[in-house]
Design a protein around this ligand. Structure first.
Ligand code: NAD
Length: 374
């Protein structure tokens, strides 16, 4: 890398970047810790055949910073971190490699807690766990949190109700028409909440015929072609498939008043598309806040997993979306910006508290609870 690494760190205020190399297993990993003001940095480990080391570094710096905002906005006592392993998940996912990675994570002494991400899975995390306890995303059978999607979907559902409250002055979704893009793990559970708890009218699309069949067999939903989902005349659009779906081509087609779904990085360009939604008077529930149930789920694992508690905490997303709405209104800014401001303010306020002398807090340097959704 030609550029000065410290310049990369300074550009977005990263605390620490660790490069991990093990010749035997072929491990080449980078762990980035962005900010630990609120607690240990938690974030997944992505495995990808990056074209260059610089691409891997840029990605891990971007992703770890995103985790700081996500944890802070979700009200968790966690900081932001992420790891990348340079390699092809189809060829290089071995026990030795993940155990080597686990030993490096252990060496960070709890400043970073790892989890699965694209290219890694529960099996990989179980190998990591053989070397360190600073890992989440373990299977239910081994005392972990297992599939996060029911908790994510609960959070999306409650966030959608809050968005309805912000947009229409009532959080009831009864009779509202919701178009859902993608009925995979999260989308399926979301449809269940919408129909069983709200009696909403639901239109879905998916590129996977089996997933469509599964939802159609259980619920009275309408189905449209994937390309037609943006043109459905509905009240709410719930993107639950992939990122970047809202852009200069799709936003003008939307015939809804609210966007609230699980997908990450929904806006192709935050600045341009966040503004475009405001101009169309569409309320946008920021993706990283409304889908933070997945993070809340794994954070729960750190203190002994209990799904009931995780579901309850995910319901706190309702209040957070309303707070974001208030900030956006008061400061006349788009909601994605308001979410960032909420996160930054919490970090600043709680960070100041840490300057207050307390013998126990100083000796343990650990917040009272790893999660604390208000
Ligand atoms: P999933 O893979 O189980 O489901 C995604 C579904 O979208 C699949 O059924 C897939 O066939 C469908 N799909 C893909 N491309 C499509 C297209 N062009 N049009 C219509 N459908 C399409 O994934 P998931 O776990 O349900 O996650 C959904 C989204 O939510 C992802 O963006 C994910 O990153 C995000 N998310 C998930 C969680 C979680 O707990 N699973 C947590 C936070 C964020």
């Amino acid at each position: 890398m030609k550029a000065d690494i410290f310049e990369h760190l300074a550009a977005k205020d990263h605390e620490q970047v660790t490069f991990c190399y093990d010749e035997e297993s072929g491990l080449r990993a980078i762990v980035a810790i962005h900010n630990t003001t609120l607690g240990p940095a938690l974030g997944g480990c992505r495995m990808w055949p990056y074209k260059s080391e610089e691409d891997a570094l840029v990605d891990v710096l971007r992703l770890s910073r995103g985790m700081t905002f996500k944890s802070a906005a979700a009200g968790l006592n966690l900081g932001g971190g992420k790891a990348v392993i340079i390699g092809d998940p189809k060829k290089h996912r071995t026990e030795a490699l993940f155990r080597a990675y686990g030993r490096f994570v252990e060496g960070l002494g709890g400043r970073y807690i790892t989890a699965e991400d694209s290219g890694t899975n529960v099996r990989c995390m179980e190998w990591v766990r053989m070397e360190t306890s600073y890992v989440t995303g373990i299977s239910r059978a081994l005392g972990g949190s297992g599939d996060p999607s029911p908790v994510t979907a609960r959070g999306v559902y409650m966030g959608m109700k809050a968005a309805a409250q912000a947009r229409w002055g009532s959080d009831s979704l009864a009779g509202k028409h919701v178009s859902v893009q993608g009925v995979g793990h999260v989308g399926f559970h979301l449809v269940k909440h919408l129909i069983e708890e709200e009696d909403a009218k639901v239109t879905v699309c998916d590129i996977d015929a089996d997933n469509l069949k599964k939802v159609k067999e259980k619920y009275a939903v309408s189905i449209v072609d994937p390309e037609a989902i943006f043109d459905v005349k509905a009240d709410i659009f719930a993107p639950c498939a992939l990122g970047g779906v809202l852009n200069e081509n799709t936003i003008p087609r939307l015939q809804v008043e609210v966007v609230a779904g699980a997908a990450n990085n929904v806006l192709a360009s935050e600045k341009r598309d966040g503004r475009a939604l405001v101009e169309r008077n569409i309320f946008y529930a920021p993706d990283y806040v409304i889908n933070s149930g997945g993070l809340i789920n794994v954070a729960n694992e750190l203190e002994g997993y209990n799904q009931e508690r995780a579901l309850k905490q995910a319901e706190g997303i309702y209040e957070i979306i309303l707070r974001i709405y208030e900030i956006a209104k008061r400061e006349d800014i788009p909601t994605h910006k308001a979410a960032d401001n909420l996160a930054l303010r919490r970090i600043a306020e709680i960070g100041k508290l840490r300057g207050m002398y307390s013998p126990t807090a100083r000796s343990t340097r650990k917040p009272p609870s790893l999660y604390g959704v208000s």
